[in-house]
Design a protein around this ligand. Structure first.
Ligand code: FES
Length: 67
């Protein structure tokens, strides 16, 4: 599923960026080598980031303890 239509960034790319340390939409864009265009995806991207962080924390609480 696309999170950002303008730059064709999929949910799995957001997840990969989060696992590489991204915590804000701008971090995800940077990790994907893209820049935001319209910005309307920011809310959905923030939600996806939070969801991925929470899921990963639940799965491996000690790995992300430093966040
Ligand atoms: S939908 Fe992401 S910049 Fe437009």
């Amino acid at each position: 599923m696309y999170v950002c239509i303008c730059r064709a960034i999929r949910d799995r790319e957001v997840d990969a960026a989060v696992r590489a340390g991204a915590r804000r939409p701008v971090d995800v864009f940077r990790a994907c080598g893209k820049s935001p265009q319209c910005g309307s995806c920011a809310c959905d991207m923030r939600e996806r980031i939070a969801q991925t962080v929470a899921t990963d924390r639940a799965a491996a609480p000690n790995l992300l303890a430093a966040d």
